[in-house]
Write a protein of this length. Structure first.
Length: 405
């Protein structure tokens, strides 16, 4: 007599929450990679494969997944709302789409931002008609979000309201209007005032990027103006300027690199310029007494040259004076490469950098064509696209630039 072996029961009730938790983590990782100088396209592709796998895990059991996703999409965390909305769009159907639309129309700002991200990235054909009905919302936060989503899918008439949104009291609305301007190729004159004088640094940077994308004539002049007055400059705006700066701007970039008062953030801008002189400035910066500054200079040097600098030395940074009694225990750390090793590696390799113009990962991304771009890090990839748009040498689409499917 044979004993029948009972099939093991698989408890699936907890799986949607596990898949959603992983999806949120991966969504956040993907978002941080998009303009990262530390990651390559292959790293992003790995994240996207894992995103797809976890989304499929939610799609196979919609009856169990829907209640979990409905709660998450309306929650207080943007990355969780984005992950949940993306999964709901993939599952589709009346119940799933109603949950997404409800947040878009009346959700809290963090959740609405998550839904915006998901609608830009995810399958939206089924929901676009219903999204369009919200375009006339009296709430500018809803209106500008809907206009951007529609524009991203080739169906927006939101440019008419752009001047009002660019002048809205809410920074989030002005930020959305700057993004919308890039999609609709409009508002360049209004964008200049925002880029120059908006009270919010993120909005100023977004307006400058939109102007750059649209080849606005004021962009280069404003970038140089900010670079000459770095004490009042926005670090992100300076990175964008350095990405399009010309050889004649070399003295400005050298002055930025030498201005320690700008702090570690200036090395991102120096790396975006990417000249041989920038490499040597970063090499000098590796010897800075400030560990955070030396770490950032080392990262810029490695980004431009592609040289391996070996194990970095871990240095404890000073604890903030207002951090309380346990501040020292949780103080940040810096990882500083050996400056002497960097000098030796540079001396052995410098000849190959004599004729290039803009270096990333050891390739001249200004002259190397598609092969150089494929080996560039994700920050350099974005900068190359912006530079090509601004110069008129290529016309990448907004979706390509934002790595949207």
């Amino acid at each position: 007599m044979t004993t029948k072996i009972r099939e093991p029961r698989i408890l699936v009730d907890d799986l949607p929450a596990e898949h959603l938790g992983e999806l949120e983590f991966l969504w956040d990782q993907r978002d941080s990679m998009m303009r990262s100088g530390d990651h390559l396209g292959s790293h992003l592709a790995s994240i996207e494969r894992r995103l797809e796998a976890n989304a499929c895990g939610l799609e196979v059991a919609p009856r169990i997944a829907l209640p979990v996703l409905e709660e998450a999409v309306a929650g207080p965390e943007t990355s969780l709302a984005a992950a949940a909305a993306w999964a709901l769009l993939r599952i589709g159907g009346e119940r799933a789409l109603r949950a997404v639309l409800g947040v878009l129309e009346s959700g809290e700002p963090p959740a609405r931002e998550g839904v915006r991200q998901a609608l830009l990235s995810g399958p939206a054909t089924e929901i676009l008609g219903r999204v369009r009905k919200l375009a006339s919302s009296a709430d500018p936060a809803v209106g500008v979000t809907v206009a951007e989503v529609l524009a991203a899918h080739g169906a927006s008439d939101g440019a008419r309201a752009l001047p009002a949104w660019l002048a809205d009291p809410a920074a989030a609305v002005r930020l959305g209007a700057c993004r919308l301007a890039s999609w609709t190729a409009s508002g360049t004159a209004d964008l200049e005032g925002v880029a120059r004088a908006d009270a919010d640094a993120g909005v100023r940077e977004a307006a400058f990027e939109a102007g750059l994308w649209l080849r606005a004539p004021w962009v280069m002049a404003l970038g140089r103006e900010r670079a000459r007055a770095p004490g009042h400059a926005d670090p992100g705006l300076l990175v964008l300027f350095c990405a399009i700066a010309e050889p004649a701007d070399a003295p400005l970039i050298a002055a930025l690199a030498a201005d320690a008062a700008l702090g570690p953030a200036r090395w991102r801008a120096v790396a975006a310029y990417g000249s041989k002189a920038s490499i040597e400035a970063a090499l000098t910066g590796l010897g800075a007494k400030d560990a955070a500054d030396a770490e950032s200079a080392g990262r810029a040097f490695a980004r431009m040259t592609g040289l391996e600098l070996g194990a970095a030395k871990r240095v404890n940074l000073a604890a903030p004076t207002d951090g309380g009694p346990d501040a020292a225990e949780f103080a940040d750390e810096a990882f500083v490469p050996d400056p002497e090793l960097a000098k030796r590696r540079w001396e052995a390799s410098r000849q190959q950098f004599e004729t290039g113009k803009r270096w990333n990962r050891g390739c001249d991304v200004d002259r190397g064509g598609a092969s150089a771009l494929s080996s560039a890090d994700l920050a350099a990839r974005a900068e190359c696209m912006l530079r090509a748009r601004f110069r008129g040498t290529a016309t990448p689409s907004r979706r390509e630039f934002l790595l949207l499917p």
